[in-house]
Write a protein that binds this ligand. Structure first.
Ligand code: PAF
Length: 288
């Protein structure tokens, strides 16, 4: 049975014996509204820690939402989330209040995410990654995991958390898990539930564009981008914020990459009022 902790003390108590026995602790931080994508992260955590405890946190972190973003309407579905955790054999669910995480209000000391947070998502959502890294650092401090699992769907977030763990010597093995998709390619996201049936249909444009790019990547970066843009032109309802090809660490790709260079294509678009992101790997200049 998944045990629920809503305070730091309860969490510490529930993890006490595992810590004393020296068991590895696996951690999946989430904002709830759990879906199959989150369940897959829990399974990766389980694989990594074997019989050690898997902890899932459910916390909608105000610090990572900008003014006018969806903090108030972000889905909060604790009962259903607990069922997902139970089904996946999660040992401890940590679902704290805002006061429990931020006693006394916003923290005075926060994590500065560095230049990687100024591009892509960070350009449109200033302050977002500072908020993400600050809460993840706090949660790492409370859970003290050996391994933490994050979805590749939030690729820039994953890169920044990896970087934070390495640069600040947090000692947490940050593991990325593949994006889970609907049968028609749409990447699973808690925000998909904002979409009307028509918007849900339009939203598949993002993954279709990325698949088109993958198919053309053998002919180079420009061919991949053109294929993606052609797919996007066919859609009416997706307002594209960015479509870029980078190296796997999100650095600029050389203008003439060697054959079989690994790369990443990333897209963000607004469908109605919902901002969606997706990304895929590309192999430039080699048939897949
Ligand atoms: O990806 C998310 O759900 C959130 O950004 C995270 C990592 C749980 C931090 O609030």
């Amino acid at each position: 049975m998944s045990l629920l902790a809503s305070t730091r003390e309860e969490l510490a108590k529930l993890l006490d014996s595992a810590r004393r026995e020296g068991a590895s602790i696996g951690f999946v931080p989430t904002m709830g509204a759990l879906h199959e994508g989150h369940a897959s992260l829990m399974r990766v955590a389980r694989e990594r820690v074997g019989g050690g405890p898997v902890v899932v946190s459910i916390f909608v972190n105000p610090l990572q939402f900008g003014a006018g973003e969806d903090l108030d309407r972000y889905p909060r579905t604790l009962e259903a989330d607990l069922e997902v955790c139970e089904r996946e054999g999660v040992d401890v669910v940590f679902a704290p209040s805002v006061d429990e995480v931020y006693p006394g209000g916003d923290p005075q000391v926060t994590v500065a995410p560095g230049p990687l947070a100024d591009v892509l998502e960070g350009k449109t959502r200033p302050g977002h990654f500072g908020g993400v890294l600050t809460v993840v650092a706090k949660l790492f401090g409370l859970v003290k995991p050996d391994v933490a699992v994050f979805g590749e769907k939030d690729y820039q977030q994953l890169a920044l958390i990896r970087r934070m763990s390495a640069d600040l010597c947090l000692g947490v093995d940050v593991v990325g898990a593949p994006t889970q998709r609907e049968a028609d390619g749409l990447a699973l996201s808690s925000r998909n539930r904002y979409l009307s049936p028509e918007q849900r249909e339009e939203a598949t444009t993002l993954s279709r564009a990325l698949y088109a790019a993958q198919r053309e990547a053998a002919h180079g970066v420009e061919a991949a981008l053109q294929a993606a843009r052609a797919e996007l032109r066919r859609a009416k309802g997706a307002d594209v914020d960015y479509l870029v090809v980078t190296d796997p660490a999100l650095a600029e790709l050389s203008t003439h990459p060697e054959p079989a260079t690994e790369a990443r294509i990333l897209i963000a678009a607004r469908v109605g009022t919902t901002r969606l992101i997706d990304n895929m790997s590309l192999t430039i200049g080699a048939s897949r």
